[in-house]
Ligand binder design. Structure first.
Ligand code: NDP
Length: 230
């Protein structure tokens, strides 16, 4: 049975992906660090019986990834859309006092986690799977002119490379792998001044994802499907 899998699905953009995918009748695996505390996901599971499975996942923990993949295999589910959404941003960084832990944690969550998850899930991918890494224009090497959160920018640039490599690695499965920027979105991470609501951003991203062709694999796109320079 083909499912969409969304990481970091308990709040923000991830939760909105789950809402909109369920609203259009898709079957969804929503992962988060603490399912017992994910009250909105629990409510959605009740409202959409048989369509929403909420499973634990902490990135980039190898054991956590392996347990998730084992559960999906036991249930004989296949993944037709992977939204590597979970991510983190260290606020208030200033060059001169950027900490090793901030760099390491950002890389682990934003680049290592999505890459290892896609690699581990590959045997459960449906033919023609779409793999979407939620990245940022702050991870565009040629486009960056800001020192806002270097840990975040470095880790998202690494995620962008991970997307290119996954596009190559998953070509035999006719996968479409893209790096996708959601725009600047009003969430805990994006803050209150962002121009886009989560529903607006996710609706635009789903339109872009729906329109993807095999030849789009390996591209870096905005939520509206515009090319972003690497
Ligand atoms: P939020 O901060 O609102 O939510 C982040 C989500 O990621 C939460 O569910 C959080 O879980 C989860 N998460 C964080 N670290 C881990 C981890 N180690 N393992 C598992 N889950 C984790 O972010 P947004 O919804 O705004 O962003 C979603 C994605 O979009 C991110 O990748 C972000 O970088 C990207 N993005 C967002 C933009 C914006 O303007 N909002 C702009 C550009 C890109 P928990 O609740 O347990 O902390």
């Amino acid at each position: 049975m083909p499912h969409a899998l969304v990481t970091g699905a308990n709040r923000g953009i991830g939760l909105e992906f789950v809402r909109q995918l369920l609203a259009r009748g898709e079957r969804v695996i929503a992962t988060c660090r603490h399912p017992g505390r994910a009250l909105e996901l629990t409510r959605l599971a009740g409202a959409h019986p048989g369509h929403l499975l909420v499973l634990p996942l902490t990135l980039p923990e190898v054991r956590s990834i392996a347990e998730l993949v084992r559960e999906i295999a036991t249930l004989d589910l296949h993944v037709s859309l992977l939204v590597n959404n979970a991510g983190m941003l260290v606020e208030g960084e200033r060059f001169g006092s950027i900490e090793a832990k901030a760099l390491a944690d950002s890389f682990a969550t934003n680049a290592q986690g999505p890459f290892l998850l896609a690699q581990a899930l590959a045997p459960r991918f449906a033919d023609g799977v779409r793999v979407v890494g939620l990245t940022s224009t702050l991870g565009s090497i040629s486009g960056t002119d800001s020192l806002y959160s270097p840990s975040y920018s470095i880790s998202k640039a690494a995620l962008n490379m991970a997307s290119r490599l996954l596009a190559l690695a998953l070509k035999p499965q006719r996968a479409i792998v893209i790096a996708l920027c959601p725009g600047w979105v009003r969430t805990d991470m994006g803050g209150a001044n962002a121009p886009l609501s989560a529903p607006e951003s996710v609706a635009a991203m789903l339109r872009t994802i729906d329109a993807l062709k095999v030849g789009d694999s390996g591209r870096f796109l905005s939520e509206r499907g515009d090319e972003i320079p690497w």
